[in-house]
Design a protein around this ligand. Structure first.
Ligand code: ADP
Ligand code: MG
Length: 253
């Protein structure tokens, strides 16, 4: 029998002051699976995330979470008041009390142990994203919900973060719902892509979605070009380690 999904969204509709934001949206995440929710700005991605988290209630449709599911959430935006002196350790435990050693362990897991005692205002964008991820991990989540986790990070840092996220899935076996406005960045690690523009335009395996006319129409030539960049990068990375690339080399050479 297939595992019970961690999360099931069925036929969700949501409007703000009569303005439809989500139309008949379906979504499912099972344990050990990475599902990417992609779509342009204003597509309703963060709204859907808030509905999943129970922060907003759909006008119709259903959201079901597996009983006693623990969810770790990394929000899209987080502003830390500049004037408030706050170390990373304090910041991470504000909503989720945890002993220092657990905070250190979570930061180590995301490669940011060195900022434990740094003022949170003083760390880089990439470090802040890792700190937010560590904060989500402190809950020992069965499901990780990451809303545009690579924002404000340079391209290299973005790939590193995605490697990190797919590593978390491997090691922890949790399900991951990751939001992005670009497909190429999430492709490598993703099992299932849902392309959202208020309604689900298309969904499936990333390669399948990348060729879908609905995807191409939504993202246009830009999407195709960035996809090419992604493929280049992917080959390059595997060059150093793996058999997949040896095959590509044979073909190229
Ligand atoms: P995405 O995360 O895909 O960029 P959002 O879910 O944040 O999109 O927003 C979807 C749409 O809903 C946007 O057009 C946005 O302007 C609108 N919206 C979101 N929140 C509100 C709100 N509180 N009041 C009015 N409109 C909103
Ligand atoms: Mg958003």
């Amino acid at each position: 029998m297939p595992a019970e999904p961690l999360l099931t969204v069925e036929n969700v509709n949501f409007a703000i002051r009569g303005n439809p934001i989500l139309l008949d949206v379906d979504l499912r995440v099972t344990a050990g699976e990475i599902v990417a929710l992609i779509g342009p700005n204003g597509a309703g991605k963060s709204t859907l995330v808030r509905i999943v988290l129970g922060l907003l209630h759909p006008d119709s449709g259903q959201v079901r979470l597996k009983p006693e599911l623990r969810v770790g959430y990394m929000p899209q935006r987080l502003t830390v008041a500049d004037t408030l002196p706050l170390t990373v350790q304090r910041f991470v435990t504000l909503g989720t009390p945890a002993p220092r050693e657990r905070v250190r362990t979570a930061l180590t897991e995301v490669g940011a142990a060195h900022v434990l005692d740094a003022p949170v205002q003083a760390i880089s964008g990439g470090e802040l994203q890792r700190v937010l991820l560590a904060r989500a991990l402190l809950r020992e989540p069965d499901l990780l919900v990451l809303d545009e986790p690579i924002q404000g990070v340079d391209l290299n840092g973005q790939y590193e973060l995605y490697d990190l996220i797919s590593g978390l899935r491997r090691q922890r076996g949790c399900g991951i719902l990751i939001v992005s406005h670009e497909l190429h960045l999430v492709m490598a690690a993703t099992d299932h892509v849902i392309c959202l523009n208020r309604h689900v335009c298309c969904s499936g395996h990333p390669d399948q979605v990348a060729r879908d006319p609905a995807y191409l129409q939504l993202f246009g030539i830009e999407g195709v070009r960035t996809l090419a960049i992604y493929h280049h990068h992917h080959n390059h990375r595997h060059d150093l380690h793996g058999a997949v690339v040896a095959a590509e080399h044979d073909r190229d050479g």
